[in-house]
Write a protein that binds this ligand. Structure first.
Ligand code: COA
Length: 154
């Protein structure tokens, strides 16, 4: 069955807020409820970033969540992957990697996006390994208390 990304809507948000990571992973990612609330407003940094929240679906079953923000006017980074999580019951099956690949394909198709950023806790070895394999390179900078890594799309 295929993994797809489906926008958060009035119909699916209640299902998506039920998805949970393992208790020992809670400090790596905000709850989906908080992320969906944040996504309504975006944020400002060298212009406005709009946020786009999605469910990660296996067929019609929600298995995870991701959210990115875009600001084509930003001089350095035009896309920021704010959140990625796969529910504890579905981890380690390749869904997180497939969701990231779908997202990066989407960004590839948008000529406004040259660089994509992501950040993660220095202790988050799984996330770090996944993003490095996808081509993200750590800059040595921190975004808050997280490592910042950037992917050059073009
Ligand atoms: C990080 C996360 C999204 C990965 O999703 P997933 O579906 O479990 O990952 P996949 O099965 O697609 O595996 C992708 C890669 O991640 C890495 N990975 C996943 N689980 C791992 C583990 N337990 N140990 C080390 N690496 C791991 C590996 O590089 C793996 O590739 P491989 O199987 O070829 O070795 C998921 O584990 C998660 O939700 N973690 C908690 C929340 C979180 O940390 N989010 C990221 C915040 S920046």
């Amino acid at each position: 069955m295929d993994i797809t990304l489906q926008p958060v809507t009035a119909e699916n948000w209640r299902n998506l807020i039920q998805l949970k990571v393992r208790e020992d992973q809670n400090h790596f990612v905000a709850s989906n409820l908080l992320s969906i609330a944040e996504s309504q407003f975006g944020f400002d940094d060298e212009g406005h970033w709009n946020s786009y929240p999605f469910g990660i679906y296996l067929g019609d079953m929600p298995v995870g969540f991701l959210m990115y923000a875009l600001n084509p006017a930003h001089s350095r980074i035009q896309a920021f992957i704010m959140r990625l999580m796969v529910d504890e019951k579905f981890q380690g099956k390749g869904y997180g990697r497939q969701a990231m690949n779908l997202l990066l394909e989407r960004f590839q198709g948008d000529r406004d996006i040259q660089k994509v950023a992501i950040s993660y806790s220095p202790e988050n070895v799984s996330a770090q390994k996944l993003y490095a394999e996808l081509g993200f390179i750590e800059t040595g900078e921190m975004a808050g208390d997280e490592n910042l890594a950037i992917l050059n799309l073009r």
